[in-house]
Write a new protein. Structure first.
Length: 545
């Protein structure tokens, strides 16, 4: 086959694959819709990748650049990461990592510097670093994250010097560098101590295992779907993953025990050859061994629950996603909804509700009345008293807007959740107005909702204070990493104490959680709303904490 024919065929395959990629790039990451088109895109890129491998020498002679190979591999990495976000299957995240790591090790985006043509390649390289950082962060590959941060920062600095006439184009990338540095400063203090993911070594207690195994309730629900969203001003984040949602996402996944998770130093001079072995990258093979993932996953673990991650959603978008997931929720399943946001409490504040049963009851009836009128006109309207509490439920809400006063269109009211209580819900509300959602209790439309509500303010401010914008939410931190949260609460870091003291504290906490687990599993008066989810390890761990 002539070089011209090979080059034309390659360009046609690139164009076809890119067109298919554009169609799936913006497909929502939630819901259980058809997956056939994603298979077509993977097939297109697999064919393209194999073709460039088989015809590499002819393509290079025809003018193929190394960055073009890197762009193909980067797209494949994006596809795998997108599938992970849609399915929460760890194997897709691992596949994405493999492709990104190969791009880094082979220096596909490195080349001549300084030309305006090279500016396009530099932007591709910057996007590659940002994506690889996110994947490495989710896999807790801290050594790689540190390497990537340094290279990313150096690349941004170099671009600002090299392309002075377009320096303003790199302001956004400077902010991205600052974001990841801020994220790592907060989150890495305890990352190497123990995983946030569910790990049988740490989260399964031998003394209570028999009680958990024997536990049985009249109704048992399976945890398969979750929605995670946070919205605070100036919160710690990287890309579209906030610190709170990152911690909760990690908390709702299994910790694999594959060889991939046995930390090894990142050697920048190590390169993959055709067989996945380590070698110099001066060759032109371009083969990435996707079968490596087989050795990196743990087939003994159950699947992770699917998670929809929403970054700063509007109220209408949030409700639409909840509706979609509820509609597709399998029978005998429960949906977890995690919301972290600031709130507002009106005249009918929490203390009044708790001190006056009548006030709380009338507010609850009003919520039912409102939702009946708006969403179910066939239902008879509930009676409402005339004591002037109508404004109370309108002024108790979570605010999903940048400045906290964006108007009613950006307010999420407790009543907005009521239509979805036709399906089992496990609600975690982390807010300074979380107790407004107490009004859901007794107002459900079919299934009693399980509610985990945060305190209205941090339990205790340590020597350095506890600022949500600097440290993430205290309640979420305790739910996902209780001992680390306690350390931060009292102003300590892991480096401030010896490992024996930390291990002793961990044993005390583990003993307490184990005893609580036995109490819950042997209780004869445990409410069904908790009993029906207690067999799930993720939800049981959250309840215990």
């Amino acid at each position: 086959m002539g070089e011209d024919v090979v080059a034309r065929t390659f360009r046609a395959l690139v164009e076809s694959a890119d067109q298919k990629f554009a169609r799936v790039r913006d497909v929502p990451t939630y819901g259980r819709g058809p997956n056939h088109y994603f298979q077509k895109v993977f097939k297109a890129y697999t064919r393209l990748w194999q073709y460039q491998q088989e015809n590499r020498s002819k393509l290079v002679e025809a003018g193929l650049q190394r960055w073009e190979i890197g762009e193909i591999a980067s797209r494949i990495g994006q596809l795998y990461f997108g599938q992970y976000m849609r399915t929460s299957e760890a194997r897709f995240l691992l596949e994405s990592y493999i492709f990104y790591e190969a791009i880094l090790n082979r220096g596909y985006f490195q080349g001549s510097k300084g030309s305006m043509k090279d500016l396009v390649v530099r932007f591709k390289e910057l996007r590659f670093y940002a994506r690889f950082l996110l994947v490495s962060l989710l896999l807790n590959r801290l050594e790689m994250v540190r390497v990537l941060v340094e290279r990313f920062r150096a690349l941004v600095d170099d671009c600002k010097v090299t392309f002075r006439e377009t320096k303003n184009n790199f302001r956004e990338w400077t902010l991205v560098v600052q974001e990841i540095a801020r994220f790592m400063k907060v989150e890495t203090a305890f990352m190497n101590v123990r995983p946030l993911r569910y790990c049988n070594l740490f989260d399964s207690y031998p003394s209570s295992v028999p009680y958990v195994a024997r536990f049985h309730a009249k109704k048992m629900l399976k945890f398969r779907d979750a929605l995670l969203a946070s919205y605070h001003r100036n919160e710690v984040k990287f890309a579209e993953l906030t610190l709170d949602t990152y911690r909760m996402l990690q908390c709702l996944e299994w910790e694999p025990s594959g060889s991939f998770y046995q930390k090894r130093p990142v050697e920048l001079n190590e390169k993959l050859n055709e067989n996945g072995a380590l070698n110099d990258h001066s060759g032109t093979s371009g083969l990435i061994d996707i079968n490596l993932v087989v050795d990196m996953t743990d087939p003994t673990l159950p699947p992770n629950p699917r998670k929809a991650i929403l970054y700063r959603p509007s109220v209408t978008h949030l409700i639409a996603v909840i509706a979609t997931i509820c509609e597709e929720l399998p029978p005998d399943s429960v949906m977890l909804i995690y919301l972290s946001a600031s709130g507002k409490s009106g005249r009918g504040n929490i203390s009044q509700m708790e001190n006056s049963g009548g006030t709380r009851k009338s507010s609850k009836v009003k919520v039912v009345s409102e939702i009946s009128q708006e969403l179910d006109s066939s239902m008879p309207e509930a009676p409402v008293n005339n004591k002037g509490h109508s404004s109370d439920c309108h002024e108790n809400f979570l605010c999903l807007c940048p400045k906290g006063n964006g108007g009613s269109n950006n307010n999420l009211y407790p009543g907005d959740i009521i239509p979805f209580t036709r399906r089992p819900l496990f609600l975690i509300i982390d807010s300074d107005n979380s107790h407004a959602f107490k009004d859901l209790h007794g107002a459900e439309r079919g299934e009693t909702a399980a509610l985990l509500l945060s305190p209205l303010k941090p339990a205790f401010k340590g020597p350095f204070g506890f600022d949500t914008t600097q440290n993430g939410s205290q309640f979420t931190f305790f739910l996902t990493a209780p001992l680390q949260a306690f350390y931060e609460l009292v102003g300590l870091s892991f480096s401030d104490t010896d490992s024996d003291a930390y291990n002793d504290a961990d044993k005390i906490l583990s003993t307490a959680l184990s005893e609580w687990e036995v109490i819950l599993c042997t209780s004869t008066s445990l409410d069904l709303v908790w009993a029906q989810v207690l067999s799930d390890p993720f939800l049981r761990r959250l309840i215990l904490r």
